[in-house]
Structure formats: C-alpha cells, structure tokens
Write a protein that binds this ligand. Structure first.
Ligand SMILES: Cc1cc2nc3c(=O)[nH]c(=O)nc-3n(C[C@H](O)[C@H](O)[C@H](O)COP(=O)(O)OP(=O)(O)OC[C@H]3O[C@@H](n4cnc5c(N)ncnc54)[C@H](O)[C@@H]3O)c2cc1C
Length: 451
C-alpha cells in the first residue's frame, strides 16, 4: 500500500498542466485511487515512467535539413565535396565566432589564412581568371553554404572573389591579369570594389561624380566612394571614375598603400556588421596608367561585372533563409510551452512549412539560374528576377524565423536576428529590388520604365 509521503513525492514530480490535460480524457479520481493502492515496486515503476524512462524509447526527431528537394543530389561528386568542405569550414571556424565579431563590428582577419588553406576560388576560376565550366553552380553552392551560417562571410568572399576579381578578369590586360589573378586566387592580396558614392547609388551608370584626369602616364582621381566592403583592410580597390575628357567610366586598380588613399569605416551599421564597409576619399590621388584597367573603357564593362556576380547575391538570400529555417526548426523541437514542444502546434508547423517552401523555391530557382549562366544563356533579366525574388523571399522567411523564436528571436545567441538584420543589406546591394524589377519589367513588356 502506498504511503502518503510516497504519493506526495510522486505528485511533486507531476506537471500540473499535463495532469489537467489528462483529467479531461480519463477518470482521474479512479486513477488516483489505483495509485494509492500500488505497492512499493509498482510505485517505483510508475515514477520511472513519469520521468520518461520505462520501456518507451524517446522518439528520435528529424534533423533540420534545409535541402528538402535534395539539391545536393543534383551535384557532381566534386561539387558535393566542395559543399562539404565549405560546410565544415563554416561550422567549425565561423559559427563559433560569428556573433562575437558581428557585435564587435569587425571582420575576423584571422580567417584569411584559413580561407587560403581552403583554396576555394580556384574551384571557380582558372589562373587567367576565366570561369570554369560549372563556375556559377559551384559559386552558388559555396555562397549558399557560407550564408547559411553567416552572410557577412559570404559577402567578404563575394566582394573579393566576385566583384574585385571579375573586374580585373574582364577589364584587365593580359599583363594585369598575370600580375593580379594568381594573388587574388591565393588570397595573398584582398580586393574591394568601389562603385557607389555618397550621392550616387542606383544611378551609377550615368551619374558617377568621382573623376579621373590623365596627365602623361599618370591619372589623377578625385571623389568619394561609399559602402565599399573590405575597404578598411584590402590591398587594392577597383575604383570606377568618370574621365573628364571623354566622359566615359574607367576602372583603376588602386593600391591601398597609395598615400592619397583615405578610408573611414562606416559606423552605426546594423546589418552585415562583420563586413567592414568603408567611405573612401580620394583627393588628387595619383595612379599610374599601368594600373588603369586596359579593357574597361566605358560603363558597359562595369555592368558586365555586376551581371556576372548578381547570381551570387541571389544565392546569399538562399543560404540566409536556409540557415534561419534550420535554426527555427531546431528551436521548435526543443522549446517547451504548455507542456509540449512548440513544434507540436499547428500554427508553428505552418510557419516552418512556409519557411521551407520559400527556401526550396529559392534553391530551385537559383540552381537553374546558375545552370543558365554556366551554359552562357543567362540574360540580365534572369539574374535580376532571381535577385528580386530571393531578396524579398529571404526577408519574409527570416521574419518567420524570428516569429518562431518568440522573444528569444531578438537575442543574438539564437542567431536568427543576425540573419534578419543581414537580409536588409542583401535587399539593397547589387541593385535594389526596384532597379532589378525595372530590368525584368523592361524585358518582359518591351517598355523601359526607367526614369
Ligand atoms: C551593406 C552594403 C554593402 C555594400 N557594398 C558595396 C560595395 O562593396 N561596393 C559598392 O560599390 N557598393 C556597395 N554597396 C552599395 C549598394 O550597391 C547601393 O546601396 C545600391 O546600389 C543602392 O544605392 P543607394 O543605397 O544609394 O540607394 P538609392 O539609389 O538612393 O535608392 C533609394 C531608393 O530609391 C529607389 N530608386 C532609385 N532609383 C529608382 C528608379 N529609377 N526607379 C524606382 N526606384 C528607384 C531604390 O530602389 C531605393 O528604394 C553596398 C551597400 C550596402 C548597404
């Protein structure tokens, strides 16, 4: 016969909310009477059961997996291997420090030698800066895996291995490519890309105010460049400036040890805080003709660079949303409310399924975009549509992630607020949603709505 103190001890282990739920389904007084008549060993067994022991094995929950349609299964063995290497790197080297450096508003430079060991850029470009036959798919998967853990890291990498490298690959002479491309591939020099100005963003094509003026074999650069990623520690910045003589946009490889190179880190940024964005000021900055990009004689070349790298930015949205989804599912499987994991609730499942559908739609769209790019069939409007869709869908997805996390969703330690804030940068750079929408609108209607 159960002793009163045994029963009290048993009762103290009970979750009263769960008990109330049980009471609505069974005859609780009869159950309690039966419990009171249990002998000691029966009581022990019951206690074990209530503690989650007994013969019942805890159900193994599915691991969060943001690749629901098995995009990885469409990759070649080499591409899969690259994906695995990047995932391992991001999870072991970047994930543990991402929040700390995001808070410090600083890029962790100690990652650069580790990036060098990974030797990733050579998986995308050859020694002359030409794209490998599956460059876009590889670049996409690499970008997705980076952004899945930390968008700042993907941006650092994209500015260097995309915008800076492609400017020289498309705009440089053979001699310039020989000098710079191997060092860019090695990451023994770090690059940046300076197009945007304090007063000129979307209107860069016709409105650059930074000027270049030729004096013999020297060019004189004057003006400012704003938002330039990596500019505070880069070894060179590709500067785009308008020639005062022929009014055409020209590109320059500006070495940052130039005494007239002045850069201030932009303060108060609340997205991509790990990326160091600079405000560059050039006053009478002298650059030799040998550092002018010899094939970059008008803005068409600049636009070619942006077109080549836009798909990569679309993939950033994919990775960011994927990371936010996986974090949210894990949280929902572990967070208890009302005596249950919140993943039990229909409304929470609705949020998770909505997120997964977004991620899957973005992945399949971007994979096809990259296949088109690798086949030489990608047009401006293809890249712009993917950028428009992924930036907006990523924004919607990270908002759902923050919702799944409740109040914890705004604490950095749960990560999704970092994804949430970083999405705001994706939304604006490499062409805002409006500008990319106008590109697609022009292509599908035959009417240009640009003003
Ligand atoms: C975090 C971050 C990193 C960046 N990194 C770099 C970098 O490394 N190098 C670099 O060169 N630049 C960089 N940029 C700049 C980025 O490319 C610009 O922010 C972008 O081109 C938009 O320009 P803007 O911010 O001046 O906005 P604006 O051009 O001033 O646009 C403001 C608003 O007006 C809308 N708008 C403008 N024109 C039109 C139009 N014709 N029709 C309809 N709507 C219009 C825009 O869509 C937007 O909503 C970065 C920006 C950010 C935020």
């Amino acid at each position: 016969m159960t002793q009163p103190h045994d029963l009290m001890s048993l009762m103290s282990r009970l979750d009263m909310q769960k008990l109330a739920q049980v009471a609505s389904k069974v005859d609780l007084p009869a159950l309690l009477e039966a419990a009171a008549n249990l002998d000691e060993s029966q009581l022990k067994q019951l206690t074990k059961l209530l503690q989650g022991g007994g013969n019942r094995k805890a159900a193994k929950l599915p691991e969060p997996n943001g690749d629901f349609f098995d995009i990885a299964g469409t990759l070649t063995e080499r591409q899969r291997d690259i994906q695995r290497r990047v995932r391992h790197f991001m999870e072991t080297e970047v994930a543990p420090i991402a929040n700390e450096y995001w808070s410090r508003d600083e890029f962790p430079k100690q990652l650069i030698p580790k990036f060098q060991e990974l030797n990733l850029i050579r998986e995308i470009y050859d020694e002359t800066g030409s794209r490998r036959e599956d460059a876009s798919v590889v670049e996409g998967i690499v970008t997705m895996e980076m952004a899945r853990v930390d968008v700042s890291t993907a941006t650092f990498f994209g500015v260097h291995s995309g915008l800076a490298l492609v400017s020289i690959a498309l705009g440089g002479s053979e001699e310039q490519k020989r000098e710079w491309i191997p060092k860019i591939l090695d990451m023994s020099v770090i690059g940046a890309f300076g197009l945007t100005e304090p007063d000129v963003g979307s209107a860069a094509a016709g409105g650059l105010t930074t000027t270049c003026r030729r004096e013999g074999d020297t060019w004189i650069l004057d003006g400012q460049k704003k938002w330039i990623g990596n500019a505070t520690f880069a070894d060179f910045v590709v500067i785009w400036a308008r020639d005062v003589d022929d009014d055409q946009v020209k590109g320059f490889i500006l070495r940052t040890d130039n005494p007239a190179y002045h850069v201030e880190k932009i303060q108060g940024k609340v997205a991509l805080r790990m990326v160091e964005n600079g405000l560059i000021t050039l006053r009478g900055c002298r650059v030799p003709e040998s550092d002018r990009l010899q094939q970059a004689n008008n803005f068409r070349l600049t636009a070619d660079v942006l077109r080549a790298t836009r798909a990569g930015v679309a993939w950033q949205g994919v990775g960011c949303a994927m990371g936010a989804y996986e974090k949210s599912l894990k949280y929902a499987q572990t967070r208890d409310q009302f005596g249950k994991k919140i993943a039990n609730f229909q409304l929470v499942q609705n949020l998770l399924v909505h997120m997964l559908a977004n991620v899957t739609a973005m992945q399949t769209m971007c994979l096809r975009l990259s296949q088109l790019q690798d086949a030489g069939q990608m047009r401006d409007e293809h890249a712009s549509l993917a950028k428009v869709y992924t930036a907006a869908t990523c924004r919607a997805t990270v908002a759902l992630a923050r919702e799944v996390h409740g109040g914890n969703g705004i604490l950095l330690e749960h990560h999704v607020i970092r994804f949430f804030m970083d999405t705001e940068a994706i939304y604006s750079y490499e062409g805002t949603n409006e500008i990319n929408t106008l590109v697609v609108g022009r292509a599908i209607t035959g009417f240009s709505a640009f003003v």
